[in-house]
Write a protein that binds this ligand. Structure first.
Ligand SMILES: [Zn+2]
Length: 266
């Protein structure tokens, strides 16, 4: 009788051991998964799931309206405010706040490089949500020409302002989600005015609208397209992290330092 009891205890404690071992294994898997997929991937919350590649139009015209191909930058007097005029903002309620965010935000975010396939998990890069923050960062080093980091948003039905933003619910004939036309003095490589149009506005989510505008503003400040497919300034916007990258900032810096190249290279 006593022997039987002992056997039962032994069997029970073996069972307990198995259960405990099983639990430890499960907890281990959960912790590993948590650290792999949650803890170390900094910036995952900034993901904007890409809903199809988006093309845009970017052209430069001289004063006679002829299309030209060159590198350009603004040549404002040091400290001058660059005015961005949103034409017809009241037609699309809520969009003005999104425009102000993309233009005026100083917010810098850290994103794990593995999420953009630019580096190892656990290493991060800084991105900017708004152009004011990116341009302020670019202005930290002295450049030959003034980088216009003082931005102001105005609302006027006239075409006043250095950069104009127009929104339309119509689709572009070329299938573009947005376009930027810069009027330039090619002899000076100087931008005189930049006109942005965002198409199909009422079909865009807030994040899609901001992504397209962020890209077009890159053109308006002088950037051409990026070689890296994962960059905000790639000809076809396809990244899930559509923010202003260090590559974009470096290209702005060199462009305003007189380097004759506006293509973003990483
Ligand atoms: Zn573009």
């Amino acid at each position: 009788m006593v022997q039987n009891e002992e056997k039962r205890y032994t069997r029970l404690s073996r069972k307990h051991l198995l259960v405990v071992a099983g639990l430890i294994a499960v907890i281990g898997v959960v912790i590993t998964a948590y650290s792999l997929f949650v803890v170390q991937l900094v910036g995952q919350e900034y993901r904007v799931p890409n809903t199809g590649s988006r093309n845009d139009g970017y052209i430069i015209q001289n004063l006679s309206g002829e299309q030209i191909s060159t590198w350009l930058s603004w040549r404002l007097v040091d400290g001058t405010v660059l005015h961005v005029n949103v034409i017809g903002a009241d037609k699309y309620p809520g969009k003005l706040d999104l425009i102000k965010d993309v233009l005026l935000s100083q917010k810098a975010i850290e994103v794990d490089n593995s999420l953009l396939h630019t580096g190892l998990q656990g290493t991060t890069s800084t991105y900017y949500v708004g152009w004011a923050g990116a341009l302020a960062q670019a202005s930290k080093d002295q450049t030959q020409f003034y980088i216009p980091d003082k931005l102001d948003v105005i609302e006027s039905s006239s075409a006043s302002g250095d950069i104009t933003i127009m929104m339309t619910s119509e689709q572009s004939g070329d299938g573009y989600s947005g376009s930027t036309k810069s009027i330039a003095d090619p002899s000076q490589h100087q931008i005189l005015k930049s006109q942005i149009i965002i198409y199909g506005v009422d079909k865009l989510s807030d994040e899609q609208f901001k992504t397209i505008l962020r890209h077009e503003l890159g053109h308006a400040f002088g950037l051409a397209h990026a070689s890296a497919p994962g960059d905000l300034m790639h000809a076809t916007i396809q990244t899930d992290y559509p923010y202003i990258s260090q590559c974009d900032i470096n290209t702005i810096k060199s462009l305003y330092n007189g380097k004759e190249k506006s293509q973003v290279t990483c």
